[in-house]
Design a protein around this ligand. Structure first.
Ligand code: SF4
Length: 488
């Protein structure tokens, strides 16, 4: 799986001291969008416009064809069409900025290069990417982290003792194929009918603020979605200003993949001046306001992304950090992870922070890596980056939360079942005396297991379905039951 040597290097170029990874400062590159037939006349001014980017997003195969033209063979468009109809849990939405980073410098065989590209592999998944033996793990679930069960108010997940996740809206400027919040975020697809918020948007925000005012044990709010870049700035600013008035709130993180996918948004003058106002207010009140983004491949870090990140820091944010997702075929090698981290850190002043293992959502098995491989990758990237910028690779264990991949209690590597414990109660376990004694399970992708383990799952997957049905029967609402059963 993991190539320990920087792959582009010939033997004579390998570092003389025999280090497994060779660091070289790399210049960031904005690929030339005029190489793509549909954008051959697009000006630099148009490209920098957030409005132009939003109105030229690729939302379907027809629009992709209009941009890429004959660069891609029909088989790729057909593969994508089939995936959209039979597998996709997210609808297609790709801003030009992101599409332009796929096959950034052209290729002789464009179709093959497009198939192999790491950004394409997670933003435009095709049917042939997915596994046919185990497309979904028997324990895969729509809301695999059970966030909805932990909603204190609609969209406000209270899982950890001192922090909450505020899903302030259910949309993004770009949709990632592996989105862990696929249950809620984005448009319905032929295979996934999305959950819809019930309350009006302003009522939901007010309810969240009320909860935080009467819950002094919470000090930290991740303002997320979706992606906050899709919330009209005045509404987001009003929400942040109200948050900053709550005495117990000391940390606010703004979650936006758009810093990379649509940096033009964060460079817009109205948004920039708004960020400056909020950052000043946060500083005056001694609150740490930071931005968290989501970059998975080094080629996504372009000069425009760096410009947007630096603009956020100059506007007064305390830090810009990256929370990537670890995925097979995208970034599951030591050189890929380190190249990405150095591009973020050296090129864009973005601090590598976490890599999450891809969650157990439907049809994600081809992306997921085993805990053992994640441990190997964590080991491999230690020692190259400054300690403060060495990302932790974490497993988001259902009903537990983020655990560093070396923190498991037990590991059955044949069946690919890891067992985890926790040191706090989630929002739904306040009265549960056993919550801290119990072990919680996470499952490796079955195709990565030894034959004995794969055979075991072939024989027992039916039992796991029965267990899933029992869990569904015991769940609190019909809607939760349906969610548990939908994929099993
Ligand atoms: S940006 Fe985040 S919330 Fe939006 S689709 Fe991607 S992973 Fe999901």
């Amino acid at each position: 799986m993991t190539d320990l040597i920087t792959p582009e290097l010939t033997r004579s170029e390998q570092p003389r001291d025999g280090q497994p990874y060779l660091y070289r400062r790399a210049e960031l590159v904005e690929p030339d969008w005029t190489r793509l037939p549909g954008w051959k006349d697009v000006t630099a001014e148009e490209w920098r416009s957030a409005q132009w980017q939003r109105s030229h997003c690729v939302k379907n195969v027809k629009q992709l064809r209009e941009v890429m033209g004959d660069l891609l063979e029909d088989r790729l468009y057909d593969d994508l069409t089939r995936d959209q109809a039979e597998r996709a849990t997210m609808s297609m939405l790709l801003p030009p900025q992101m599409l332009n980073t796929i096959v950034p410098s052209g290729a002789d065989d464009y179709t093959e290069a497009f198939y192999a590209d790491p950004v394409r592999r997670y933003m435009l998944p095709v049917f042939s990417d997915r596994r046919t033996d185990w497309p979904s793990h028997p324990h895969a679930a729509r809301d695999s982290l059970h966030e909805h069960e932990m909603w204190a108010t609609e969209g406000l997940t209270h899982r950890y003792p001192t922090k909450v996740l505020a899903e302030v809206l259910p949309t993004c400027p770009q949709y990632c194929g592996h989105c862990t919040r696929m249950d809620l975020v984005g448009n319905s697809t032929p295979v996934i009918d999305k959950l819809k918020f019930v309350a009006k948007p302003q009522t939901r925000l007010d309810d969240m603020l009320d909860y935080l005012r009467r819950t002094p044990g919470v000090r930290d709010v991740v303002v997320s979605g979706g992606d906050v870049a899709n919330m009209p700035w005045p509404r987001l600013e009003a929400f942040l200003t109200s948050l900053l008035e709550i005495e117990n709130i000391r940390d606010i993180r703004l979650a936006t993949k758009a810093l990379m996918g649509l940096p033009q948004h964060w460079l817009s003058s109205d948004v920039l001046s708004g960020v400056e106002r909020v950052a000043r207010l946060a500083r005056d009140r001694g609150v740490m306001l930071a931005m968290h983004t989501h970059v998975n491949a080094a080629q996504s870090v372009t000069p425009l992304v760096a410009e947007a990140s630096k603009a956020m820091l100059e506007a007064g944010l305390r830090d810009v950090r990256n929370q990537g997702v670890l995925m097979r075929g995208v970034n599951d090698s030591i050189p890929q992870l380190l190249d990405l981290c150095f591009a973020l850190l050296d090129g864009a002043n973005i601090t590598p922070y976490y890599f999450y293992m891809c969650d157990m959502i439907p049809f994600s098995e081809h992306w997921r890596v085993s805990v053992r491989d994640a441990q190997h990758l964590q080991h491999g990237i230690l020692g190259y980056l400054p300690g403060f910028a060495t990302p932790r690779i974490v497993c988001d264990v259902p009903y537990v939360g983020k655990r560093w991949v070396h923190q498991l209690s037990e590991y059955d590597e044949v069946r690919g079942i890891s067992y985890w414990k926790k040191n706090y109660r989630t929002g739904i376990e306040q009265q549960d005396p056993e919550a801290l004694n119990r072990t919680y399970e996470y499952y490796d992708p079955i195709d990565t297991l030894p034959v004995e383990g794969q055979n075991w799952w072939s024989q027992h997957a039916g039992n796991h379905l029965a267990e899933a049905e029992a869990r569904a029967a015991a769940s609190r609402t019909a809607a939760e039951a349906q969610k548990l059963l939908d994929i099993n």
